[in-house]
Design a protein. Structure first.
Length: 364
């Protein structure tokens, strides 16, 4: 395929309500969407690193800069033989995984269109029915949290994740497990604890949690290994895993029993599949994580979630979940806790333009 043109679009969509984690509160969805033209075909990609570098060192501005100054010039006007060739061509660029994923995910879309197959099949998926859960930000009260959970369970969601941090943890977990004794329930600490908190973290074993996500440092695998040896609750790594080699090392030293895969965090869908395959061979389960992407990214995540080692319900946000209005049609919607990767979605250009904060166009 020849890359003829790339549009880099910064989207800014208000959220229905702020989403609070230990990183802080988010009131708007910020993404970098790529629209890539190739020999009469058009495909979209997306990266969602957040507007500020609060999740990783990347942010919307850095992704725009790296795309415009380095990634796009490496392929614009050139023939590339699919995603693997693209990743080889840009391998001289260190890190900047979200920036790479923004362009690489669109190249996968072009590949799927050229082959006239759905993306989930091109990625090697086995079942188009994707199990979805829900992630709930920190709430103003325990009663508000319980009400949220009950509502999502009534909607059919099959797994509940809540955010915790020191001071907002044990009482929340106790209340949720008391009110909902049988649900699949997990907690996400977003790196807000230290290994010195191990005695407290051991107490969470009493609540039959599905997993505890990234309790320790965002770049750590060593302390997580020590923690996993001393607790029964399965640990899941998120922020620590940026590469296939990160996953290999974490598995080797027993840092976790589960790895969350976000295609933006690991540099695209190719690396996502490689990490998935490595975990499958090692007996480590996977699930799809979320960054509050637009429907463009959510549909990409749905396709990825069809691969068979994604054995835990995904954080794939439906169109009515966070944003006041999505940019795809039809809306992405779950039925009885599942999404269907066979449904064909299209970008609504009018809505995309409505929520475009900035656009840069690169032509061969």
């Amino acid at each position: 395929m020849r890359i003829d043109r790339v549009d880099v679009i910064h989207t800014a969509i208000p959220l229905k309500s702020s989403f609070r984690t230990s990183f802080g509160a988010i009131s708007a969805q910020h993404s970098v969407v790529t629209k890539v033209y190739s020999e009469g075909l058009i495909a979209y990609g997306e990266a969602c690193p957040f507007y500020a570098p609060i999740y990783s060192y990347e942010c919307v501005g850095s992704v725009q800069t790296v795309l415009g100054s380095f990634l796009i010039p490496s392929v614009l006007g050139k023939e590339i033989d699919g995603p693997e060739d693209f990743m080889e061509k840009v391998s001289f660029i260190k890190g900047n995984n979200h920036a790479k994923a923004a362009l690489e995910s669109a190249i996968w879309g072009l590949k799927a269109k050229a082959e006239k197959r759905p993306l989930w099949q091109v990625l090697g998926g086995t079942n188009p029915k994707v199990d979805v859960g829900v992630s709930i930000g920190m709430q103003p009260s325990i009663s508000a949290l319980l009400k949220k959970i009950d509502g999502y369970l009534q909607e059919g969601y099959r797994r509940i994740k809540i955010k915790i941090e020191p001071g907002e943890d044990m009482e929340l977990v106790k209340a949720v497990r008391k009110e909902f004794p049988d649900i699949m329930f997990m907690v996400d600490a977003n790196s807000s604890y230290k290994l010195t908190d191990i005695d407290f973290l051991k107490k969470l074993d009493d609540f039959n949690l599905l997993m505890m996500e990234q309790p320790l440092g965002e770049d750590d695998i060593v302390d997580h290994s020590e923690l996993q040896k001393q607790i029964k609750t399965p640990l899941c790594l998120d922020e620590s895993i940026h590469t296939v080699d990160d996953a290999r090392k974490a598995i080797r030293i027993g840092s976790c029993r589960i790895i969350n895969i976000k295609y933006g965090r690991v540099g695209g869908l190719l690396n996502s599949v490689r990490i998935h395959d490595l975990c499958k061979e090692a007996g480590v389960g996977n699930w799809i994580g979320g960054m509050i992407e637009t429907g463009i990214g959510q549909v990409i995540k749905t396709a990825l979630g069809t691969c068979d080692n994604f054995v835990y319900a995904a954080d794939i946000e439906t169109s009515d979940r966070f944003v006041v209005e999505d940019v795809i049609t039809p809306d992405l919607a779950q039925t009885d806790g599942y999404l269907d990767a066979n449904i064909e979605y299209h970008v609504d250009e009018k809505k995309l333009n409505k929520y475009t904060a900035e656009v840069s166009i690169f032509k061969a």
